[in-house]
Design a protein around this ligand. Structure first.
Ligand code: ATP
Ligand code: MG
Length: 348
């Protein structure tokens, strides 16, 4: 597929010829005006394989043209000179390799300039996605179950703010709320993936550190690491026993959700890969209650395209992470569904 270069436009139809003056009705011309979809995201995401697959299918319907803003425009140009669009695909990402971070406030300012533009993923709420505390608060406000947790806030001198925090051998306590080991310790920053799990004395103690996948590893166990971190603010939550799998859910609008399961990094830290080197994924059917959760997550965070993690434990499902814009990789069925659903969302 041909892909538009930064700032260029490409559509599903050949360019229209200008009116000659002999047309019966000029309205015909407007009726066929292409809807402009702006893709305002860091190039690594805007030009990723799933984005190309889905946008390519969207354009082939013949109703749309696409404008890829490009990193230079996004990072260096003032919003007043950003391209004008009818629909906006825009989302935060951070590229640790190049140290580029998407300028969320700038994109929000741009979106506010065009109140009639259809923004698929609300930019203001994307700030909340960067803070796990806000994510859990929003989930709670919308009646969505999260793992039982306490939030330990510290100030710039690393002193606990608010209720008294106590650490015992097998528990942490904030005020009167106790969380027993095994528990999960998450940095409040949603972009910080240094999540730790602490085990009780009865099974030998220790801690498992999770991290972004490196080759075939996703976690390491540390014997003798029994004390929690005190260098910032953390969430402590009950470790929910699943069947060793995470359920990853991907919404496209409130009524469509694709789900798949993967081995949890908490099992043994070894990433399960197939012959093609890709992580093994298991098909999952969501229960009616889980579909309702997907709908609520999508609406609560005003993120049309939204990925989140579900933990299935003792017949219930809990949301432990909401990631915002996220496409399923390597699924032709999903690419086709997503393009069709997005078309309907945009045109109706
Ligand atoms: N309360 C919990 N109980 C059991 N396992 C948990 C719990 N919270 C998180 N996990 C496990 O830890 C993993 C990482 O947690 P989480 O998704 O919150 O962190 P993250 O670093 O934001 O992940 P991501 O890479 O998806 O952004 C989950 O995929 C799940 O396997
Ligand atoms: Mg996650």
């Amino acid at each position: 597929m041909e892909w538009p270069s930064s700032g260029s436009r490409s559509g599903g139809k050949p360019p229209r010829t200008p009116p000659t003056g002999e047309e019966e009705c000029y309205d015909d011309v407007d009726e066929h005006k292409l809807v402009t979809i702006g893709v305002c995201a860091l190039e690594k995401k805007a030009c990723s394989k799933p984005m190309k697959e889905i946008l390519g299918r969207l354009l082939s319907f013949g109703d749309f043209e696409a404008v890829i803003f490009g990193d230079d425009v996004i990072l260096n140009d003032p919003v007043t000179s950003w391209p004008k669009c009818d629909v906006l695909i825009s989302f935060y990402s951070q590229d640790t390799e190049t140290d580029k971070a998407f300028p969320l406030a700038k994109a929000h300012e741009y979106a506010q300039m065009y109140p009639h533009m259809y923004v698929i993923n609300d930019l203001e709420v994307q700030n909340d996605l960067l803070d796990r505390r806000r994510v859990y608060e929003i989930l709670k406000d919308h009646g969505i179950q999260t793992p039982p947790h306490v939030i330990v806030n510290r100030d710039e001198n690393n002193n606990v703010v608010g209720e008294e925090f106590i650490e015992g051998e097998d528990y942490v306590q904030l005020g009167s709320d106790v969380v027993h080991k095994p528990f999960v310790e998450k940095p409040v920053c949603g972009e910080d993936h240094n999540v730790c799990i602490y085990y009780p004395h009865s099974v030998g103690g220790g801690m498992k550190q999770l991290f972004r996948k490196r080759n075939d590893r996703s976690s390491e166990f540390c014997t003798g690491c029994n004390n929690v971190r005190r260098d910032g603010s953390y969430i402590y939550e009950q470790f929910l026993r699943t069947a060793g799998t995470d359920v990853k859910v991907y919404t496209v609008g409130p009524d469509y959700a694709h789900a798949e399961a993967r081995k949890s990094p908490t099992v043994d830290g070894r990433v399960q890969r197939g012959k093609d080197g890709k992580e093994v994924r298991y098909p999952v059917l969501l229960s009616p209650a889980e579909k309702e959760t997907a709908r609520r997550v999508c609406l609560a965070f005003r993120q049309g395209v939204c990925g989140f993690d579900l933990l299935r434990c003792k017949g219930r499902s809990y949301v432990c992470d909401v990631n915002g814009w996220s496409f399923v990789k390597k699924s032709v069925k999903y690419y086709e569904d997503a393009a069709g659903v997005l078309r309907t969302m945009i045109l109706t």
